[in-house]
Design a protein. Sequence first.
Length: 109
Amino acid sequence: MKSLSTAFLTLLFICIVAPVAMAADGAADNAFTQGSFIALAAGLCLGIAAFGGAMAQGRTATAALEGIARNPGASDKIFTPMILGLALIESLVIYALVIAFVFSGSFAK
């Protein structure tokens, strides 16, 4: 396990350092602009939102299926709120996508 984590960290270090080391001299003037950092932050926030939405959808489906398994007669009463909850969770992730596009589009130059 230790050798696997060492190999992963070495690969991560190479992927981070190599582009900077091989960059052209003229690109150093405008390599890190405010727009690039905002686009990076928007992408990271979108990734976090997608991860949180996926976790929430998984927990929602698990809870609904456990409830239906315990009481099959209540499946109609459980299914509709579950679908509504899944739609609201997905709308929050789509809202994060829209915000990421707005931020990366308005500040990138």
